[in-house]
Every structure is written in structure tokens, then in C-alpha cells.
Design a protein around this ligand. Structure first.
Ligand SMILES: Cc1cc2nc3c(=O)[nH]c(=O)nc-3n(C[C@H](O)[C@H](O)[C@H](O)COP(=O)(O)OP(=O)(O)OC[C@H]3O[C@@H](n4cnc5c(N)ncnc54)[C@H](O)[C@@H]3O)c2cc1C
Length: 508
């Protein structure tokens, strides 16, 4: 046997083409990598992963309303009252929100990196990523007199939401000379004798190929689209959940990394899942993207097929409950629930409710009679009991937790609990749709993948949904994209500096 030495074909190979992957690829180019390859398993028409489907909402910390000018300089002209209703969102508040919704389990070191970098990451997406931004009016803005009230921290989104974000990232990657190969799914990681990752095995349009690199960044999403992995890690009834985003996130990157001894990290039994329109298909429509969400339940009541309420619809504002209530709905009989509203609140429903034709009736009893509820008598009793325990609406304020609570119900509705008394009454059937999974890989502050021996695996980085530890049980809306770009940027920066893979020795 004689040793031959050859240079890797690429400086950095990035697996996946969503927000995290393209942030990593652009960052790698910015930091000196000459040859950067992005492998996208989907064909060009289906490229971009969940990022394409996303609402493009970006949660980040900022100390002064002025900090937003850099991102949305024309916002006040376009939305008079934009600035007056914004409260700053200091890092301590982001941290407190993340800790609260994850029940104190978020990985502190990752959370710190995310929060510390969040504002600068979003500026980088804007300035270097060339992602134009706008106020997320239809998602969270609420006009009260001359002022628009905003949920804290979740105010800005990409123009044209995920579709725009994804398109801009692809354009920027092309402008930075990043090569993209479609229909090219990474199937396995290649290691040298030292255990260092030196490339990937790829299933492309013409067959299996091996591609070599100094560093590899895995950014191929979670396992939300894999029925088998959902059954394995999340258990029933998640194997039957409808998928809110791409069908391509089958857990490939996670499997490849675990195969070579990467350390699983975070909540592998947990996922982000939201109330979505019951009529949507197994995989979400690419044109309608995230129009499936039905998140205005804080202003109404939800009952299940047994005619019972099962969550506190008014526990908190939607961005702090929506990611866990999808799972609650999925666990109800038949995995469906019925959101019921009266005319007092119809103007508060998110515009995307318009994509469903609701059931409507002049009385609550007649409404229930039309629904696919097994115990209709119980449903009528539940609504009567709710109305007896709810307020007439004095002090109702949708822009904050108004403390308007029911008295003596199980579960109570803690805020926005107004009687359903203004016909016609309206119902939207919903189910729980899975967005992304929380289980991932352990990384360090350079986004290097850590092995089960607690040491970094040479040449291997990860970012985006594949990072484990940040989210448990629940998630503050708008954090996924900022986390993906933050760790993607870091992964690209350090991957670009990899020297160890410069020469690979093979014995032939
Ligand atoms: C409907 C919806 C709405 C959302 N709204 C928001 C929001 O408003 N704000 C927010 O912060 N988050 C939102 N999210 C979550 C957000 O979209 C994700 O957190 C984020 O897009 C994940 O980015 P990523 O790059 O890790 O993965 P993705 O964007 O999913 O990209 C994964 C990529 O990997 C590719 N891939 C998979 N396997 C392979 C393989 N073997 N080889 C090569 N490529 C592979 C996929 O095709 C895809 O290109 C939403 C998600 C959905 C589904």
C-alpha cells in the first residue's frame, strides 16, 4: 500500500439550503473560504426547507426603539403609530421569556450566544444577507387608537415572509459565489482514520458520489417530516401529525451524525407544533406556506370531540402558547378541536383565518349541532358554563394580558374571557400540525458537533433545527430563524478557518 495525498475539493460543504445553511455558506465565504458547496436534497422547485414556509418573524433583543430604524427605516411613515407602541426588549427579557416557556430547561450557554447575538445577527441578515424587513403587522401588530401595540421582541419580519427570506438568501449566496447542487441529498459522512469528517457521500441525480471538504456543516433540519422518527422519539399520535413545512426534513443529518458518534442533546421527545386548519393535507401547501395556522384562540373557546374544554385558551399571548397547544390538540380524541368565536372578536382574528370557510349559526346550540362533535350535549353544557363564568367584557384588552378571567371553571380561561353572546357564532375546526423537532446535537460555542466522548468531532459543524438544547416543551415565536442564522453564521466562520483537512492521506 502506498499513501497518496490530495486536496479536498471544497473548503466547506454545507448540507441543506434553508436559513441556517445559507447563513453558514455566506458566512464561510465572508470569512475566507474560497470554495463553498451547498447540497440541497430537494429539487430546485422545492428548495429552501421550512424557511420557505415560515412567517419570517424574527425575535431579537434591543434596548431602544431607535435600534429598529436600521432594519425598517420607513416603518413610521408606512404604519403611523408604529414606534409609539413598541416596548424595548432587553436581553434579560428575552432570557426570561426563553426560560419561562421552556420550563427552565433551555441550554444556558446556547441561549446566551443566541440572545447576545440576536440583534447583530438580524442586522447581518439585513446588511449582508440582503434580506429586506418590515413590521410584522398581520402577525402581531394591533392598532389601539393612534398607536400600534406590538408583542415584545417579535415585531420585525422578512418582507414576503419565508418566501422572501429564502429567495433573498439564495440570491445572496449566488452573489457570494456559493455553488448549489439540487437533488443532492447527503447520505453519510466520510471520516479519515483520525475520525475527522473529510466529506460526504451524496445521492445525486446521477447516482452516488463522494465529495471532500476541509469542513462540513450539517444544516438539514430536524425529523419532523419522518413518520418513523416521530413515532420513535415523540410517540403516538405524532406519527399521524400533519407537517406544516417541507417534506424533506427526514432527520437525515441527525442520523448521519449519530452514526459517527455525535452526542444527542436537548428534548428528543419534544417538538414545535401549532393549531392549524383541520382541512390541510399531510404535507403543507408550498404556495399557501404558513397560512395553516389558527392562532386567535385567546379570544374564543376551544372544545374537543367530547364537548370539553382542555386548555386555558387565555394563559398568555399567542406567541407564548401556540407552540405547545398544537400538541394538546393532537392529543385530543380524533386529534381535532373546535375554535368558537362570537362577533365581538371577529375583527381580532388573524387574516389567515380567511382561508377557511367557517361553520356559522345564530345560536351556540345550532352551531354545535353542525360540528363533528361526539358529545354535543356536553359541548352545549360546556359553553353555557363558560358563559356563566365569563365576564361581560368590561376591561377587555387584546393588546396585553388583561386578567379578565373565568371564575370556577376547569380549566379556567385566565385572560380575555368574555361571554360568547353576540351572534352569529362561528367555528373553525383545527388539528395539531408539527413544525419542527427540538431534539438535536450537542455543539460548542463554535458550532462544532460534540461527540459522545465530549470532544469536538473534527471538521463537523451544525446549525439550525439540528442544534439541540435550546427549546423544550415550548418556544417563543420568532426564535427559530434567528437561532438558525446566529449559529449558521458562527458555523460558517469557524468552518472557513479549518486547516486540519488541508491534506488527506489515503492508503491505496
Ligand atoms: C409554517 C412554518 C412557519 C414558521 N414560521 C416561523 C417564523 O415566523 N419565525 C421563525 O423564527 N421560525 C419559524 N418557523 C420555524 C423555522 O422555519 C425554522 O426554525 C427554520 O426555517 C429552520 O431552518 P433550518 O435551516 O434549520 O432548516 P430548513 O429551513 O428546514 O432547511 C433544511 C434544509 O435541508 C435540506 N435537507 C434535508 N435533508 C437533506 C439531505 N440529506 N441532504 C441535503 N439537504 C437536505 C432541506 O431540503 C432544506 O433545504 C416556521 C416553520 C414553519 C414550518
Amino acid at each position: 500500500m502506498s499513501p497518496i495525498q490530495h486536496m479536498p475539493e471544497y473548503d466547506v460543504i454545507v448540507v441543506g439550503a434553508g436559513n441556517a445553511a445559507l447563513a453558514a455558506a455566506v458566512s464561510a465565504r465572508e470569512n475566507g473560504a474560497d470554495k463553498v458547496l451547498v447540497l440541497e436534497k430537494a429539487d430546485e422547485d422545492m428548495r429552501g426547507g421550512n424557511t420557505h414556509w415560515s412567517g419570517g418573524l424574527l425575535r431579537f433583543a434591543f434596548d431602544s426603539v431607535k435600534d429598529l430604524d436600521r432594519l425598517v427605516p420607513d416603518a413610521e411613515d408606512e404604519y403611523p403609530g408604529f414606534r409609539a407602541g413598541i416596548e424595548p426588549y432587553p436581553k434579560a427579557q428575552f432570557w426570561s421569556d426563553l426560560r419561562r416557556v421552556t420550563d427552565g430547561r433551555t441550554d444556558e450557554s446556547l441561549a446566551k450566544i443566541l440572545i447576545e447575538n440576536s440583534y447583530h445577527t438580524v442586522c447581518w441578515m439585513h446588511d449582508v444577507g440582503r434580506v429586506p424587513m418590515e413590521p410584522a403587522m398581520s402577525l402581531g401588530g394591533m392598532r389601539v387608537g393612534n398607536v400600534i401595540k406590538w408583542p415584545r421582541g417579535a415585531i420585525i419580519r422578512a418582507v414576503h415572509e419565508g418566501v422572501g427570506l429564502s429567495k433573498n438568501w439564495f440570491e445572496t449566496a449566488a452573489n457570494h459565489g456559493v455553488e448549489i447542487r439540487y437533488q443532492s441529498g447527503a447520505a453519510a459522512l466520510i471520516q479519515d482514520r483520525s475520525g475527522r469528517v473529510v466529506g460526504v457521500k451524496v445521492r445525486g441525480p446521477t447516482g452516488i458520489d463522494e465529495m471532500t471538504s476541509k469542513a462540513t456543516v450539517l444544516a438539514s433540519g430536524g425529523f419532523e417530516a419522518s413518520m418513523q422518527m416521530r413515532a420513535q422519539y415523540l410517540g403516538a399520535p405524532w406519527d399521524h401529525a400533519k407537517v406544516r413545512g417541507t417534506r424533506h426534513n427526514q432527520g437525515d443529518g441527525l442520523r448521519m451524525a449519530l452514526d459517527i458518534g455525535a452526542l444527542p442533546w436537548g428534548q428528543w421527545s419534544g417538538c414545535h407544533s401549532t393549531p392549524i386548519a383541520a382541512e390541510w393535507a399531510q404535507f403543507a401547501d408550498r404556495e399557501l406556506t404558513d397560512k395553516s395556522n389558527r392562532l386567535s384562540y385567546p379570544y374564543g373557546v376551544m372544545v374537543n370531540k367530547r364537548g370539553l374544554r382542555f386548555v386555558d385558551e387565555g394563559e398568555d399571548q399567542q406567541f407564548y402558547t401556540y407552540a405547545k397547544y398544537g400538541g394538546e390538540i393532537l392529543r385530543q380524541p380524533g386529534s381535532v378541536a373546535f375554535q368558537i368565536f362570537d362577533q365581538k372578536v371577529m375583527h381580532l382574528l388573524e387574516p389567515r383565518y380567511e382561508y377557511t370557510k367557517p361553520f356559522e349559526a345564530a345560536s351556540l346550540d345550532n352551531l354545535i349541532d353542525q360540528l363533528d362533535i361526539d358529545d354535543k350535549a356536553q359541548a352545549k353544557k360546556t359553553l353555557a358554563a363558560f358563559n356563566a363564568a365569563a365576564s361581560s367584557g368590561e376591561g377587555f384588552d387584546p393588546s396585553r394580558k388583561d386578567g379578565l378571567s373565568t371564575r370556577g371553571l376547569k380549566p379556567e380561561k385566565s385572560n380575555w374571557a368574555m361571554k360568547l353572546d353576540e351572534p352569529p357564532f362561528v367555528c373553525y375546526p383545527v388539528t395539531g400540525g408539527i413544525t419542527f423537532t427540538f431534539g438535536g446535537l450537542k455543539i460548542n460555542d463554535r458550532a462544532q458537533v460534540i461527540g459522545t466522548d465530549w470532544r469536538p468531532i473534527g471538521g463537523l459543524y451544525t446549525c439550525g433545527e439540528m442544534v439541540g438544547g435550546l427549546f423544550h416543551y415550548n418556544y417563543p415565536g420568532g426564535t427559530g430563524l434567528v437561532s438558525g442564522a446566529t449559529f449558521g453564521r458562527i458555523a460558517g466562520r469557524y468552518a472557513a478557518k479549518e486547516k486540519g483537512g488541508e491534506k488527506r492521506t489515503e492508503f491505496v
